[in-house]
Write a protein that binds this ligand. Structure first.
Ligand SMILES: NC(=O)c1ccc[n+]([C@@H]2O[C@H](COP(=O)([O-])OP(=O)(O)OC[C@H]3O[C@@H](n4cnc5c(N)ncnc54)[C@H](O)[C@@H]3O)[C@@H](O)[C@H]2O)c1
Length: 375
């Protein structure tokens, strides 16, 4: 037993802690509880599910019986404004008082677009690790620009996590989506409004996801690994909703909105470099997540995340996702102009270097391009 602690180890920074009350139903087979969960909240339910989730939507519609008043079977990434308007019209026409959304962040995003305009409760049934189901954050793409905001009305009332629904998520998408979840947890760890509870959740999320992902990609049908990954995604989504994201999310937002890069893959290729950029400025906050990922410490965390992405087949290069070097100046200009809470000041030369490394797919800390190291 230790009997001497120094004051810095004992101190607790001041904080304000508030987690929204989202009801969570977790477990394999819980898709069969969706109708009962919806019935607790509403009489008329609209189902939103993309084509890949049509079977799950059929099953839920059957169980809802007469409570199911309509279905939207098409969802698009980043919620185009006209798609959002059309969905609101449908929900108004069928007089829905709840929306059950089944799918990834895109399906949840469309349900949120409806809840922003009409008084509907959202019951979310996520099938990726994006985490949107736990946040009051909405997004919409209008005239080529992604607009986001926070509004309590879009926060789902109930989330049903059925890991069996993720068994069909292909290994590549699983890995990228898992890295997306880890990015939420990492930025939550050093967020200005982190609390002791969000810090615990963030480290637990990183540990769960980094343990599960290698198994998930080797054996996509491994249910325990899928359960652990979805549990990690829940915690990561929770801290995404509860804290203020920093440089990483701002860069991902610019790359997705202005440069049309895919959401989850962009997070994967960027994260190791943002962690390497920030590590020196926030080592104490990154120690627990780094440990949870099995990495020796914050200095090695960026390289460790790069290795996790490479080992699971998640993107490690922004150029492979379609970002040319010629885009660097525009991204730097936008990110420097943004008002970001980040542990290290956001300065142009450092961000340009970060982007160059991420475009070329270098392992943080290595001097040569990663594909040469791994070839
Ligand atoms: N508001 C928030 O808090 C928040 C958080 C995270 C992401 N997002 C948004 O969510 C979107 C990205 O979400 P995403 O990464 O989940 O992608 P997505 O919802 O677009 O899904 C990606 C692809 O995977 C398919 N898919 C989903 N689940 C599947 C499954 N179980 N099996 C097989 N295929 C499946 C989908 O049909 C789609 O083709 C972006 O628009 C992003 O901005 C919002």
């Amino acid at each position: 037993m230790r009997n001497a602690f120094d004051a810095a180890e004992l101190a607790i920074d001041s904080f304000v802690h508030e987690l929204p009350g989202v009801r969570v139903v977790f477990g394999t087979g819980t898709i069969d509880q969706v109708a009962a969960e919806a019935a607790r909240l509403a009489d008329s339910v609209l189902i939103v599910a993309g084509r890949r989730q049509a079977c799950e939507a059929d099953r839920i519609a059957g169980a809802l019986e007469r409570r199911c008043v309509g279905r939207i079977g098409e969802v698009t990434e980043h919620v185009p404004a006209d798609t959002a308007r059309a969905a609101v019209d449908v929900a108004r026409d069928v007089r829905a008082d709840a929306v059950v959304c089944v799918g990834g962040g895109s399906a949840v995003g469309l349900a949120k677009a409806i809840a922003l305009e009409l008084e509907v409760a959202i019951i979310a049934v996520p099938t990726t690790y994006a985490g949107s189901e736990q946040t009051p954050i909405w997004g919409r793409t209008e005239a080529g620009r992604k607009v986001t905001g926070r509004d309590r009305r879009v926060l789902p009332r109930t989330v049903v996590y059925d890991p069996a629904l993720t068994l069909g998520l292909p290994p590549g998408l699983s890995a990228a989506s898992g890295m997306n979840a880890i990015a939420h947890a990492v930025e939550a760890a050093y967020a200005p409004d982190a609390t002791p509870i969000t810090a615990l959740l963030a480290a637990e999320a990183v540990g769960a996801m980094s343990a599960a992902l290698p198994v998930v990609v080797r054996q996509p049908g491994n249910l325990p690994a899928r359960e652990r990954a979805l549990y990690g995604a829940w915690l990561a989504g929770t801290v995404l909703g509860a804290t203020t994201m920093g440089l990483h999310h701002q860069l991902a937002h610019i790359l997705g909105g202005s440069h049309r890069l895919p959401h989850a893959g962009t997070h994967s290729a960027l994260l190791p470099h943002v962690v390497a950029y920030n590590a020196g400025a926030t080592a104490a906050r990154l120690a627990a997540p780094a440990r949870a990922a099995g990495v020796s410490g914050p200095d090695a965390f960026g390289a460790g995340l790069f290795d996790l992405a490479a080992a699971t087949g998640a993107p490690t290069s922004l150029s492979a996702l379609g970002l040319p070097r010629s885009a660097i100046d525009d991204v730097v200009r936008q990110v420097v102009a943004a008002d970001i809470a980040n542990p290290r000041p956001v300065e142009a030369a450092g961000i340009a270097r970060l982007l160059r490394n991420a475009i070329e797919g270098r392992r943080p800390g290595d001097r040569v391009a990663a594909h040469r190291v791994f070839a």
